[in-house]
Design a protein around this ligand. Structure first.
Ligand code: NDP
Length: 267
């Protein structure tokens, strides 16, 4: 599995129409130091945005920012420490200006038969993938509402679309995210704040490596129902996030955009 990005930040500027540009926008991307979050950041930088990455591991964030160049910055932050989120956003807006885009990407998974999942196991996943997503979204959205503009992007999963065995807490968290997208989109539309999700299929990251590493049957099953016959790359999700954050998606809110090679509709 090749985890290397194919997005070249040194390529000559894209000649795409201005509606796809994120020039002048600032994005906060949780879990931006690795995997899908890092490639969302890379695609957003390539589209002209400033990005601020968060995560728990400073060395990884430092490396990511070095790689992404001058449009990127980082803050060490654990999204589950809900009491820190207000100060985080306040500090970032003081230093970098308004956060126009929030990408709730940080997430964790756990593979265990449902009946072996303890209450602590379940809460651990929900704390990161759902409670933190709501708390940070509420904090950022209040400011977006006051400014009359903003775009919020959640990262969902195929686990919210169909019954994948042994990921009960993860599926519950991502199903919660899908519900949250619809309600927030309804509540915030009148303030010109859009709320959407990207629902990745099986994307080549460390999370997928862990899920499939010792389970070739699971990997083969996922591939067999993916009509495109290949797993996704993190930047496939990155470009979808750029689109949803851009003016090209100005009339799109409340959707969950599958980036899955057809996995959800595969037979
Ligand atoms: P990775 O495990 O590769 O990366 C997860 C990122 O989240 C890391 O940067 C990690 O950094 C960060 N993170 C985890 N916990 C926290 C926390 N408490 N606070 C802040 N940051 C945190 O996963 P992926 O890139 O694969 O996943 C990214 C998102 O995409 C997740 O929401 C996942 O559920 C979703 N997804 C992934 C799919 C896939 O096939 N890969 C499929 C469908 C959805 P650190 O550990 O340093 O904090």
């Amino acid at each position: 599995m090749n985890l290397k990005s194919s997005v070249d930040l040194n390529a000559s500027p894209a000649q795409s129409p201005a509606v796809f540009s994120l020039e002048g926008k600032t994005a906060l991307i949780t879990g931006g130091g690795a995997g899908i979050g890092l490639e969302i950041a890379r695609c957003m930088v390539a589209s002209g945005a400033h990005v601020i990455l968060t995560g728990r591991t400073e060395a990884r964030l430092k490396e990511a920012v070095k790689d992404l160049g001058p449009l990127a910055a980082y803050r060490v932050n654990d999204v589950t420490r809900l009491e820190t989120l207000e100060d985080l956003v306040n500090d970032l807006e003081t230093e970098f200006g308004p956060l126009d885009i929030l990408v709730n990407n940080a997430g964790i998974n756990m593979k265990k038969p449902a009946l072996e999942v303890s209450d602590d196991d379940f809460s651990h996943i929900i704390d990161t993938n759902l409670n933190a997503v709501f708390a940070l979204t509420r904090t950022c959205a209040k400011r977006m509402v006051a400014r009359g503009s903003g775009s919020i992007i959640m990262i969902s999963s195929m686990a919210a679309y169909y019954g994948i065995d042994r990921v009960v807490a993860y599926a519950a968290s991502k199903s919660g995210v899908e519900g949250m997208v619809k309600v927030l989109a309804s509540d915030l539309s009148r303030y010109n704040v859009r709320v959407n999700a990207v629902a990745p299929g099986f994307i080549e990251t460390n999370m997928m490596k862990t899920a499939f590493g010792s389970d070739p049957d699971r990997m083969n099953k996922a591939m067999a129902r993916t009509p495109m016959g290949k797993f996704g790359k993190p930047e496939d999700v990155g470009w979808a996030a750029v689109f949803l954050a851009s003016e090209a998606a100005a009339y799109i809110t409340g959707v969950s955009l599958r980036v899955d090679g057809g996995n959800a509709i595969g037979f």
